[in-house]
Design a protein around this ligand. Structure first.
Ligand SMILES: *Cc1c(COP(=O)(O)O)cnc(C)c1O
Length: 386
């Protein structure tokens, strides 16, 4: 099976992890801060906090922004469930803003309409979580302007997007957000097996996230309520978690980062090849590059023009799988999940997202996909769609 995504691990990655295993620190050593500093410099943000997953980083980001019971958090329905679960962990209520029909990202116009309505009902969101689907940035400048007008905070779920650019700056720079989150799950752009990172330009938010990441415990005397009892002393001043990244993961991440631009270049080369060779088929190809955007290309998502095809979406999907092509679908609109339906969400809530769900297929795209395998995918699509 040709998978839709896959990590690239080379001998230097293996050596980096093995050298940590032979060192003094398996956790809480030098690799994590070095990984953080490297990502922070690469992304031009002020602070970066590594965690054991992007899900943990999203949770901690919500806590730092004081999301709690009685608050509303909005996100896009076309995302992994973690983007909205993080608000539920904090006891907040979630709602979903429909997507733009061209980019499939959270639509700023629909956001504005929903904000105007929410203002009347006194139900404005505390936080909005735009997700850069497939690595293409949302229209952050518009969302940022709305955040000033309506007074909400922004967490960018940039899980797909490390290495991408928006308005000539790296995604993760937080120019138009309070916090940005990356994921290092193996299917994403670089991997630490499991892992994530939260970036911010706010020292206050960085300090809070640091506390929540590690049990709410501090060794900073300025934050303590009592004077120190001695060199062993620490205080727990918040209810935090153990969301720390290990040294093994950080060493792997650091080494993977050296190949980041190589990874992104290869993804663009393959995406351009799909773009050219799929041009005449009854499908919509994704946007991955424009004046303001340079996608990290986590995914290559096509949308079938079902009116021009005799087979159904599901048939094409299943036939591709039968041919050994590990296609996938990102994503089932989150509010259609049984857990969310029980919270009261109904079919029809976000019509664009639901239409997308009827047509979308993620085709294989990863660093080690060679032209021969890619041609197998292209040939299969040609056979099935014409
Ligand atoms: C992968 C992903 C996450 C969760 O990442 P983990 O590191 O697996 O916790 C969150 N949001 C989006 C959009 C993702 O794709």
């Amino acid at each position: 099976m040709i998978p839709y995504g896959r990590q690239n691990i080379d001998q230097t990655d293996i050596d980096a992890v093995v050298s940590v295993l032979k060192s003094d620190f398996l956790t809480q050593g030098p690799a994590v801060p070095l990984f953080e500093a490297t990502v922070k410099n690469l992304c031009q943000s002020e602070f970066a906090l590594a965690m054991n997953s992007a899900t943990s980083a999203l949770h901690v980001a919500c806590l730092a922004l004081e999301v709690g019971a009685g608050d509303y958090v909005w996100t896009t329905p076309l995302t992994f469930v973690a983007s909205s679960n993080c608000a539920l962990y904090c006891g907040a209520q979630v709602d979903f803003v429909d997507v733009d029909e061209k980019t499939y990202n959270l639509c700023p116009q629909k956001l504005e309409e929903k904000l105007a309505q929410a203002q009347k009902e006194n139900k404005l969101p505390k936080v909005v979580i735009p997700v850069h689907l497939s690595g293409l940035s949302c229209d952050m400048e518009s969302i940022f302007k709305l955040s000033k007008k309506y007074g909400f905070k922004i967490i960018e779920d940039a899980s797909h997007a490390i290495g991408g650019h928006y308005k000539n700056r790296p995604i993760g720079c937080c120019e138009f957000s309070d916090i940005a989150i990356f994921s290092f799950h193996p299917v994403k752009i670089i991997t630490t097996a499991e892992g994530g990172m939260a970036l911010t330009n706010s020292e206050v938010l960085a300090k809070k996230m640091e506390l929540y990441r590690s049990h709410g415990i501090t060794r900073d005397e300025n934050l303590m309520e009592s004077t120190s009892h001695g060199p062993w002393y620490y205080e727990q001043i918040e209810l935090g978690y153990n969301y720390r990244m290990t040294e093994l993961q950080a060493a792997l991440g650091l080494n993977q980062l050296k190949r980041l631009s190589q990874f992104i270049d290869k993804r663009h080369e393959l995406a351009s090849r799909y773009h050219e060779k799929l041009a005449d088929l009854p499908l919509k190809r994704p946007t991955f590059q424009s004046d303001d955007h340079y996608s990290a290309l986590h995914l290559y998502i096509i949308r079938l023009e079902l009116g021009q095809i005799t087979k159904s979406h599901r048939q094409i999907f299943e036939l591709l799988r039968e041919k050994g092509i590990g296609v996938n679908l990102h994503y089932i609109p989150v509010y259609l999940q049984p857990y969310y339906k029980k919270l009261g969400f109904k079919v029809g809530h976000c019509p664009q997202a639901e239409q997308y769900y009827k047509e979308a297929i993620s085709v294989p795209l990863y660093y080690d996909l060679n032209h021969q395998k890619q041609d197998t995918v292209i040939q299969a699509l040609k056979e099935l769609l014409t």
